[in-house]
Design a protein around this ligand. Structure first.
Ligand code: PLP
Length: 330
């Protein structure tokens, strides 16, 4: 299978917005988009997106994980970028129709079909820096992706960055391209300087998240992660793991915590990144003030494995979905 995000199904779902209304969505062959060079998104970054997966079960049908929660997050992102907010039914329907159309392209678990709804401002106006785009395009891409863990993911090394932020406080919980652009430079610089995989952004000592995943500390009986606020993306994997963890008997602590507490805990606690792409990825070491600090023995831990299995069993149809997280297609 090709690297994550580089292979695409040959159709997309697409709709557009102008004069206060959305067109009826359609399934179209995948092809380059036609955009006016003055399109608002190209100048003023009016865009947002989502990322989630559909799985193929043994019955041949598709199951989309937490579709309605991802649609709700996309609508919050759209509102925050002052873009036309698609109705939940319109967006969910586009995703379901696309998955249905591409059912045969969903690979067997642990692989899946990654879904990428994207909304862009298309108003032709390069004088609209301080005005919203009243025209927009909404499309959904589908991309067959492999499982990160079959390739034997090693534990990651993170730079603990307590000086700068991943993005602005105002847009931290919005899934918009500019946030990734803001984190890119610091992340590449840290990779080069320290040989780390990712940067854990902890402005003023407040442990937040990495460029594209949430951060969790896990002991044998507790899961600790930052409580929801506007500074970071409210991950669906984070939420799912916290809910499953509570049912499995872990104490769930959602509260702010500092780099000092982090460094003290990692001698005995496991550390993980959580996100759709890699579910739960172990963190093996942290680099702070030029020094490398091991997380426990540096190896992936048993609690991560337990929680990941609980989540994947639901996604793959090996355990009952008691939360109503899956939308059946086909
Ligand atoms: N944080 C950021 C910045 C992300 O880009 C992502 C991935 O989408 C996450 C966290 C994890 O979110 P989710 O679990 O919904 O994939």
């Amino acid at each position: 299978m090709k690297p994550f995000g580089t292979e695409f199904c040959d159709h997309i779902a697409i709709a557009s917005y102008s004069a206060g209304a959305w067109t009826a969505p359609s399934i179209e062959p995948l092809a380059p988009l036609s955009l006016h060079p003055a399109a608002h998104v190209l100048h003023y970054a009016s865009s947002c997106f989502e990322g989630f997966k559909a799985y193929r079960w043994a019955d041949g049908r598709g199951r989309i994980f937490r579709l309605h929660d991802h649609v709700a997050r996309m609508r919050r992102s759209a509102a925050s970028m002052v873009l036309p907010v698609p109705d939940a039914d319109l967006l969910a329907g586009m995703v379901v129709d696309l998955v249905h159309h591409n059912l045969a392209d969903i690979p067997e678990p642990p692989a899946s079909l990654y879904l990428r709804p994207t909304l862009i401002g298309t108003l032709k106006n390069i004088g609209a820096a301080a005005a919203p785009s009243t025209e927009a395009m909404l499309f959904v891409l589908a991309s067959p992706v492999g499982d990160y863990f079959t390739s034997g993911a090693a534990a990651l090394k993170l730079l603990v960055e307590d000086g700068r932020e991943r993005t602005t406080e105002q847009l931290g919980s919005t899934k918009t391209g500019g946030n990734y652009a803001a984190a890119l430079g610091p992340t590449l610089a840290a990779k080069e300087k320290y040989g780390v995989d990712q940067v854990l952004f902890c402005p003023n000592g407040d442990v937040q998240e990495t460029g594209a995943a949430n951060f969790l500390l896990i002991s044998d009986d507790e899961i600790l992660t930052k409580s929801l606020d506007t500074t970071f993306l409210h991950g669906m994997t984070r939420d799912s793991v916290l809910r499953l963890g509570a049912e499995m008997g872990y104490r769930i602590s959602e509260r702010p915590f500092t780099v000092d507490e982090l460094l003290e805990k990692v001698s005995t606690w496991e550390a993980c990144l959580s996100g759709t792409a890699a579910t739960l990825t172990s963190v093996g070491s942290l680099v702070y003030k030029g020094e490398e600090i091991k997380v426990r023995d540096g190896q992936p831990g048993p609690n991560r494995a337990k929680l990941q299995k609980a989540l994947q069993d639901i996604q793959y149809g090996l355990a009952t979905d008691t939360h109503g997280w899956l939308t059946e297609v086909g």
